[in-house]
Design a protein around this ligand. Structure first.
Ligand SMILES: Cc1c2[nH]c(c1CCC(=O)O)Cc1[nH]c(c(CCC(=O)O)c1C)Cc1[nH]c(c(CCC(=O)O)c1C)Cc1[nH]c(c(C)c1CCC(=O)O)C2
Length: 346
């Protein structure tokens, strides 16, 4: 026997990423680690979110929790999209119940200069945590991630979470030079953050452009696409790259042009429709996270629908259409994992 130890390479998740036929449709959930799990709350205790992200043993434990409990086919690294910004000295905090809040929001050319390049030495705790996870996970693959330049820029310009992204859009249109300078610096930081995780052993990456759906296709193409493409180029040809946004049904084709091998689809676009529009692409998605709160029969029926629609794609990685809601019952997530595995076993 050449290789007695099972490796992530043969996992259903990575087989699906490559467009091969896995032994069952792989499942993982965005935000599978976190507040839906009592053991997460116990492990976090009073530790702040960013402090937790800088503590390798805690990152390793929290990342492992949903793998142990749900039997998902991939782990997603426990961190946050703002970790690399905090690491280069941007004053940013994650406020519970609110999200990332920036002490001095960005608006000018001088502000752009506050962003220096990320060096792997700025984030030794990331390298260490990914290394610990490599040992713990065995054959289960690890997904690293970063926030895309547009989504990160929105936090920096708005100063915090925003519904309308008005200041961000105003900056793009009135000072395209400042916008492109800001977004290209963010692309370099984001590409480096992905590379650090891949160099330490992450088997795939996901680029979260969570708020890109706020842009028209024309604006996405002009102001976001080139920078997301640059960020993803940082790990091209080394690992499969997943690209995801919320409310991005109108952007699926444009987002696929970033070069990501796998397109994340939110719950508003059926996977069979996405498959028609993105021929030859592997798709990830897209059960509405709200349905985790539905009764078992409804949840199973909706899970089956997603599996059936996913068969239209070249490959399907089952996920929710956005992150697990904090008040989800973990037993329901396990029900979904088991149902997908049972109904797709080959
Ligand atoms: C926009 C965004 C952020 N962070 C992230 C995104 C993109 C994904 C998405 O669209 O949801 C990415 C992220 N944040 C976190 C993960 C962990 C990995 C996983 O998916 O399991 C991931 C992938 C942990 C986290 N990131 C955060 C938590 C909650 C912190 C806590 O437990 O106190 C977790 C587990 C904090 C955070 N960080 C952010 C928000 C909006 C919040 C929620 C604030 C709140 O409601 O309290 C910014």
């Amino acid at each position: 026997m050449v290789n007695a130890v099972p490796s992530p390479h043969e996992s259903p998740f990575l087989a699906a990423c490559r467009g091969e036929e896995p032994v069952h449709t792989p499942v993982w959930f965005m935000r599978q680690a976190g507040r839906s799990l009592p053991e997460y709350k116990a492990a976090r205790g009073e530790t702040s979110m960013l402090e937790a992200c800088r503590t390798p043993e805690l990152v390793c434990e929290i990342t492992m929790q949903p793998v142990r409990r749900h039997g998902v086919d991939a782990a997603v690294f426990f961190s946050d999209i703002v970790v690399p910004l905090a690491a280069i000295g941007v004053g940013i905090e994650i406020v519970p119940g609110v999200g990332p809040v920036v002490a001095e929001p960005f608006s000018t050319e001088a502000d752009v200069k506050r962003l220096r390049n990320l060096d792997p030495c700025d984030v030794p705790y990331i390298t260490e945590a990914v290394g610990l996870l490599g040992k713990e996970l065995g054959a289960t693959p690890l997904i690293g991630f970063a926030g895309a330049p547009f989504t990160l820029a929105s936090y920096l310009v708005e100063g915090g979470p925003s519904r309308d992204h008005a200041k961000t859009k105003a900056l793009m249109k009135s000072r395209p030079d400042v916008w492109h300078a800001l977004a290209s610096r963010l692309a370099a930081i984001c590409g480096e953050f992905l590379r650090v995780q891949v160099d330490a052993g992450a088997n795939a990456v996901q680029l979260f452009d969570s708020w890109a759906g706020a842009l028209s296709e024309a604006d996405y193409r002009e102001f976001a696409l080139p920078h997301s493409t640059a960020a993803l180029a940082g790990v091209a040809e080394s690992v499969p790259r997943i690209h995801f946004g919320v409310g991005t049904g109108h952007l699926l084709e444009a987002m696929a042009e970033t070069g990501a091998e796998i397109s994340g689809v939110d719950f508003r676009t059926p996977l069979d429709e996405a498959a028609k529009r993105l021929p030859g692409k592997v798709l990830q998605g897209n059960l509405d996270p709200a349905l985790i709160l539905a009764d078992d029969d409804a949840l199973i029926a909706e899970t089956d629908k997603v599996v059936a629609a996913g068969r239209a794609a070249k490959g399907h990685i089952f996920n929710l259409g956005h992150g697990v809601l904090p008040y989800s019952d973990p037993a329901k997530l396990k029900l979904v994992v088991d149902r997908v595995h049972e109904t797709t076993a080959r």
